[in-house]
Structure formats: C-alpha cells, structure tokens
Design a protein around this ligand. Sequence first.
Ligand SMILES: Nc1nc2c(c(=O)[nH]1)N[C@H]1C(S)=C(S)[C@@H](COP(=O)(O)O)O[C@H]1N2
Ligand SMILES: [Mo]
Length: 321
Amino acid sequence: MIIRVKRPSDVPSSEITPEDVYLNRRRFIRQAAAGAAGLALAPSALAAMEWPSPAGPGQQVDYSKLKSELGEPVNSYKDITHYNNFYEFGTSKTDPAENSGDFHPRPWTVAVEGHVKNPGSYHLEEFLAPYKLEDRVYRMRCVEAWSIVVPWRGFPLADLVKRVEPTGDAKFVQFTTIVRPSQMPGQRTDVLPWPYIEGLRLDEATNPLTLLVTGLYGKDLPNQDGAPLRLIVPWKYGFKGIKSIVRIRFVEDMPHNTWWVVNPHEYGFYANVNPNVPHPRWSQATERRLGEWRRRKTLMFNGYGDQVAQMYAGMDLHRWF
Ligand SMILES: Nc1nc2c(c(=O)[nH]1)N[C@H]1C(S)=C(S)[C@@H](COP(=O)(O)O)O[C@H]1N2
Ligand SMILES: [Mo]
C-alpha cells in the first residue's frame, strides 16, 4: 500500500531545533536506563551513552565541535563527504562525491516486508513521520582499516521494529539498496552484484545503538553518504552500513550480504569490529583516523563492547567473523 504524502518534503532540518536535539539525547539516556532493568547493563555502559551535550536549549549546535562519548572530535564535513565507499558511484574514495550529483533521492519509497504484522510500502516522508530524529556521534571503522567520527542524525531501528511487530518467524532483517543504473554509474558495471544487500540478526537490529540514518552534521544525507536513508551499526565494519535503502525485510533465515557473497572467505555475516581477527590479507589491529597520520589501536567492537558484547556471549568470534 502506498500512503499518500501529506508533507511536501523530507522533515526539514530546520524543523528540528537544538532544543529537540538536546531533549532527544536525554530521552535516549532515559530509555537506555529503563532498558537496563531488563538487560542488566553495566553502569559504565550507561555512562558511555551520556553523549556530551553540545548545547543547551535555545543555543545553536556547532556540529564541528561535537565529540564522541570517548572525547574524540568529529571529522570535518568535507572529509565525511569526500572520502566514501559507495560502489554504485565508483570504486575510488572520491568517486561518490564526484559521480552522485545526478542521483535523485526524492521521491523515495521504502517497503517493509516479510514476517511482520504491519507490512507496507511508504513514501519516505510517511515512513519517517512516526519517528523522532536525534543526533548521535559514532565512530565508524571500515574493514580497510580507516575510521571516521560522524555526527549522524537518525532514529533507532528498534523503534521501527516495534511498530511493524515482527512475528515469531522473524529472526533476521535484510536490507536492500536501490537499483537505478541510469543515475548510478557503478551499477552499469559488474564490480559488485546489484542490488547491494545487508542483514542483521533481530537482536542486533533492536540494539539501542543501531540507527536508521537520514542525515549528518544536522543536515539531510548527501547522496554520497547514502541519501535518503541508510543503516549505521557502529560496532560493525562500515560495509554493514548499507546506503540508499528501499526495502527492509524480516526473514527467518540468515540473509546473504553483498561482501560475503563476493568473497565468503574474507567477509562474514557478523563483521563485528575485532582487532584480534585479522582480515586474511591484512591486520585489523590498528586503524588510521581520517585527518590523522598516527595509527590508533582498533578497539574490540569498535569501543561499544559494554553495549553489545553480551549479544555474542559464548560465540567463537574467529569462526563467526
Ligand atoms: N549500497 C552501498 N552501501 C554501502 C557501500 C556500498 O558500496 N554500497 N559501502 C559500504 C562501506 S564498505 C563503507 S566503509 C560505508 C562507507 O560509508 P561513508 O561513505 O558514509 O563513510 O558504506 C557502506 N555502505
Ligand atoms: Mo568499508
């Protein structure tokens, strides 16, 4: 069912005041605290969720001054938008910024399918309407051993999962990128099988850190970063963060994901950041943060272990890489 659009454009960034941003952050902390009753989160996990507040109500947010919960400064808007992986627009880091100018992320339709009580196909605006957007600074670690810190704007995927009510048969969620070779020159080549696909286990999808992202630096997503809707799973390698999503499907069996399909020996389904499990062709022990020369030590689960490690308790992380 396509629901008619009531508003003319995406939720404009101007509608989200610094006050909303501030209040949402507090709401997230409250929800995390409420969730802790059931999940028995360590106190340190809660502390880590207290993102430093950029501004009080009524003050302007200077996104370039934001820091991660570990005190890391965000990367520049220029870096975040001119050093990308998005093979639909080419394989080099500068291709997405150069080749995505003709891509039209609106109008846009998102389908929610599979084992859910409330499936549907929605215009983007209607799809987003129920959710409250919030800003969150996350590290992102690419499997190629570079990393960036980004002030994303989005909402917890858990909010969507709750709304669509998965049935007992839903064990995983699969995501699919748009296929539009007329506007995506990389899709006129066979560098990857199209469409790009990704997946999460249901508990990973409902982890409070997992975001459906619509923007960065307080603005709507630029094309090269996955406009108009992408996934961000901060404890996993960047390739799990599928861009320009058109379908979200709840399934029973572990879904395929593009890099596993291309090379199952080198890329797994889980793709949790793990400095102790090298890629077959290079170490994952260290990384280069964009804008720096020194190498940083890569953190287990990209530094989000307090919030996610319990999901993998008892799993052999060398086998399930
Ligand atoms: N559809 C699609 N999504 C994708 C990719 C891609 O090539 N196509 N690349 C992935 C990889 S490898 C990374 S590291 C991140 C990069 O996100 P960024 O360009 O916003 O930093 O996007 C991921 N999502
Ligand atoms: Mo990546």
